[in-house]
Design a protein around this ligand. Sequence first.
Ligand code: DER
Length: 218
Amino acid sequence: TDQNALKRAVARAALEYVEEGRILGVGTGSTVDCFIDLLPEIRERIPACVSSSERSTKRLEALGFKVLDMNDVEEIGVYVDGADEIDPSFAMVKGGGGALTREKIVASVSKTFVCIADASKQVDVLGRFPLPVEVIPMAARAVKAKLEALGATVTLRDFVTDNGNAILDAKGLAIAEPEKLEAEINMWPGVVTVGLFAKRGADVLLLGTTEGVKTFAK
Ligand code: DER
């Protein structure tokens, strides 16, 4: 479909952000899969990667890339990842692929977050996409109730994360102040990660549009 063409176009555009000889941070999702599939073209530039999911690790290792444990890595230059939504302030909703916790961890130690997304992800206000919240399983009901108190319709995703946790998806929140909501939800007992990347959003957005790839930098 032409959405796949847009994903492949932004994935290709991201290749030029990969720094020679530096550890590459790799996110998760179908757009990142397109990016991973292109990495053999610049293999000599990439000594090793740090990955945000078993899914991406498997894909990278199948292509012969070394994937390091983050604890064995001093620092990461560029982190390339997708988003479910991104707003004009480069704040994102992430977690549609269930990797939000490790994505946020790798992003937190990366110098530059390059977001690759097709045009459908660009929104004025976050929240049309159900907000993922990773929780310790025993806290699912309690956190669900708190999200419902904010006005959301909440479902428990039929999914176990790489960390052995559960994910709640909260529909119907209009997130006008993403940093504030991120901080609030982070405080709730049992919440591991909320899929709001606002305090630390993207630094560069490569957006796949029918008129080509548009580049936005903070
Ligand atoms: O789950 C995630 O955070 C992914 O990065 C997701 O937001 C983007 O996945 P997609 O490229 O398959 O749309």
